[in-house]
Design a protein around this ligand. Sequence first.
Ligand SMILES: C[S@@+](CC[C@H](N)C(=O)[O-])C[C@H]1O[C@@H](n2cnc3c(N)ncnc32)[C@H](O)[C@@H]1O
Length: 236
Amino acid sequence: MPDLSRRAIIPEIMDTEPVPYDEFRDCLRAIERINRLTFAYRPTLRWLDRATTRRWNDRPIEILDVGSGHGDMLRRIHGWARRRGVAVRLTGIDVSPWATRAAGEATAPGLPIRYETGNVFHMEPGRDFDYVISSLFAHHLEDGDLVRFVRWMERHARLGWFVNDIHRHPVPYHFIRHAVRVAGMNRLVLHDAPASVARAFNRRDWQDLLSEAGLPAEAVEIRWYMPFKYGVGRLR
Ligand SMILES: C[S@@+](CC[C@H](N)C(=O)[O-])C[C@H]1O[C@@H](n2cnc3c(N)ncnc32)[C@H](O)[C@@H]1O
């Protein structure tokens, strides 16, 4: 077992190895299943509930999801918006063209969701977004890039941003390592799921990273969500 007292530098296969489309798509489908079983959408939807209390009659809310993977968070947000009667325009960006393709295939035509391929660090959107969110993306970044990402969100999120990621802890590490084996998931998931817990965060990591990014502690909320997630959010 890796030393979970600090962020591990175990590379994830999905970031480092070229894999065929079918294998990558199956990995994203498995992550979607894990997301559903681990209530992974809840922190972001609860934060959006709090973030969007004002009335939005004038125009759709523009939301960017960075590292959008299979697009399941954006589909959830679309359902959330429909239930609340608010219009949304949703964009997902992912560095993997396989993710763009798989997310497009998993999304019903006609939904207001667009998927783009690109590295967030090379993206300077012409128009800014109301909210920038990410889910299970932050742990893919090394500390230096994470600080850059926080600054990037500060520049591009008009009203706020929210990072949803795993709490690095032995309980989720052992749970996911066994669960993906028992479920017979593919080679990428078997390796990357426990690796992602080892690469994730505790509260102290977030405090240090935000301070490094130059944000005062009181400007950002770091909240723990059941089970073993941190939501790190900034509202203007
Ligand atoms: C573990 S997946 C999470 C997918 C999805 N957000 C979810 O919650 O299931 C992380 C995604 O981030 C993407 N990614 C990694 N580095 C990126 C970067 N620099 N810019 C954009 N996407 C990136 C990967 O291709 C992958 O699809």
